[in-house]
Design a protein around this ligand. Structure first.
Ligand code: ATP
Ligand code: MG
Length: 401
């Protein structure tokens, strides 16, 4: 039997709606643990997750580290309320350190005042015991490699915190508490990060990818699916619904019928309209893009204004003020970066004009779109979008053999 102590993040600041946030987080955790015998209890604003079989420890840690709403979590031991019981737990913790030289300190919290030892006595007693029994460990109360936590509640709980791993949870708010958002997912670096950032604020993600066969090939499609798989890990139930939209006819008509310098911004407007129709059908109330101000011509203020005007739905652009280097760092954390930089040209890049307009005129853009009469093609593309459910990577290696 394994026990994980889970501390909740920002949702503890909620007042009247805290039950809703806690309930959603609980459901999100339980859904990811299907097939694993477990019990999840809530007490004192914390979750106590008991897993019947400790062979799933790595799997459970991996799930918890990707569940928004969790501030941090630790594998813990629940012990009887006696000094000898606590010693036994601390011994078990230390044995997991593999005799490596390290510094430690003991920290104790005693919310159950009926326990006969005070916090200071507990720390002094255990500190002495550890230092004597494990000569490769030495006390450092200011900057220890390991902090051994002892919490005296209705039972005693003990766990270890590593210096460089202060917060193993991702923070944020439980996915689903803010509704649903449809992410425009290209094969680039930015859009997966944008989706992840909005999932962090509680949005359940759906994604749409536009491709232009035969101009774009299998590589671009596969990239979109691989990126979706990375995002699925953070989404409800470890799944992400991905819509694949054939954009070829629209892209060709834009090239044929409009000013080439407006090509990208008009294509983006059409993408937004298709995405809006899919979102409405799927119960998503916002669109999400990876646009960042002035990154390219289609992301100047004037270009973004044209794109905004093409739909009524709210468009969220979480990267709007971010530096590319910061976006790359997040993509590396999300493990999407290596996929994004693989070959596979996106349809936007393929059809990009040589001299794109940076200050498109709203009236002209709207006139060109109207003259190209793309409404039917847009509607058709939205209706004919292929719907695929992309699941997070299997963790079969964690299962017992
Ligand atoms: P990314 O922004 O994902 O790194 P990029 O910078 O090459 O890729 P841009 O051309 O800057 O993409 O597009 C800006 C935004 O438009 C993207 O972040 C994405 O939200 C959306 N977008 C672009 N191309 C596509 C596509 N083929 N399918 C879905 N969305 C797209
Ligand atoms: Mg970009």
């Amino acid at each position: 039997m394994s026990l994980f102590l889970i501390r909740l993040g920002e949702l503890t600041l909620k007042k009247g709606s805290r039950g809703f946030f806690e309930g959603t987080l609980k459901r999100n955790i339980i859904q990811r643990l299907k097939g694993i015998r477990h019990e999840l209890k809530i007490s004192d604003g914390r979750y106590y997750l008991y897993i019947e079989d400790d062979c799933y420890d790595d799997f459970v840690s991996s799930i918890l580290s990707k569940t928004f709403g969790i501030a941090d979590f630790h594998k813990a031991y629940r012990l009887p309320l006696s000094m000898s019981g606590i010693e036994a737990g601390v011994n078990k913790l230390i044995q997991s350190l593999d005799s490596q030289r390290a510094s430690f300190k003991i920290e104790s919290r005693r919310s159950n005042k009926s326990f006969s030892y005070g916090s200071y006595e507990i720390c002094a007693h255990l500190g002495q015991m550890v230092a004597q029994k494990y000569p490769y460990l030495h006390v450092d109360v200011h900057d220890p490699d390991w902090t051994i936590m002892v919490e005296i509640r209705e039972s005693c709980y003990t766990y270890m915190k590593a210096k460089e791993h202060q917060s193993a949870g991702p923070g944020g708010l439980p996915v689903g508490t803010a509704g649903r958002g449809l992410l425009l997912l290209s094969g680039g670096i930015d859009s997966p990060v944008a989706g992840w950032m909005m999932a962090c604020r509680g949005l359940q993600l759906l994604a749409v990818h536009f491709h232009t066969p035969p101009y774009t090939g299998c590589e671009a499609l596969q990239k979109a699916k691989d990126l979706s798989q990375k995002l699925a890990d953070w989404n409800i139930n470890g799944n992400l619904v991905l819509f694949l939209v054939n954009f070829t006819q629209i892209q060709l008509k834009i090239r044929e019928m409009t000013d080439p310098r407006y090509g990208t911004v008009l294509a983006r407007s059409c993408m937004m309209q298709i995405a809006e129709q899919i979102a409405q059908r799927e119960g998503a109330s916002v669109l999400i893009t990876g646009e960042a101000l002035a990154q390219v011509a289609s992301q100047t203020l004037d270009s973004l204004a044209v794109t905004d005007q093409s739909v009524r739905m709210l468009i969220l652009r979480p990267l709007i003020g971010m530096d590319k280097q910061d976006i790359i760092q997040r993509a590396q954390y999300l493990e999407s970066f290596d996929i994004s930089v693989q070959s596979g040209t996106d349809c936007c890049a393929l059809f990009a004009p040589e001299n794109p307009v940076t200050k498109p005129k709203m009236d002209q853009a709207q006139e060109m779109l109207a003259a190209a009469s793309l409404e039917d093609l847009i509607h058709q593309a939205a209706v004919q979008a292929e719907r695929e459910i992309i699941s997070a990577r299997e963790y079969s290696h964690c299962l017992k053999v």
